[in-house]
Design a protein around this ligand. Sequence first.
Ligand code: SF4
Ligand code: SF4
Length: 95
Amino acid sequence: MITHYGYIDGSGEYYIVVDSDRCDGCGKCVNACPQKALQLQTEFVDLEDKTLAVVSEDHRKKIKYTCSACKPETNNTPCVLACENKAIKCIWDQR
Ligand code: SF4
Ligand code: SF4
């Protein structure tokens, strides 16, 4: 399951994307995030409970501001670099 956290608006699209098939819940991205925008959460995926990285509720509606200091347009952010499984990425397209 691919989950997009973020939104599209008049100035572009902004998403942190987590691939549950690749995420093993290691928490490295959570520890790497300077804004504490990520957390581990247990989700029911593919008929089983799985611990996954998610964007916390508080940050979902302001992800553009939360993540902007990390230069997410490079997809080279602390969360992405921390993930050895390539389970998290940024889609960051400013118009
Ligand atoms: S570092 Fe990658 S594998 Fe580990 S919790 Fe984060 S997204 Fe999942
Ligand atoms: S881009 Fe930066 S602020 Fe946004 S989730 Fe990744 S590490 Fe955290």
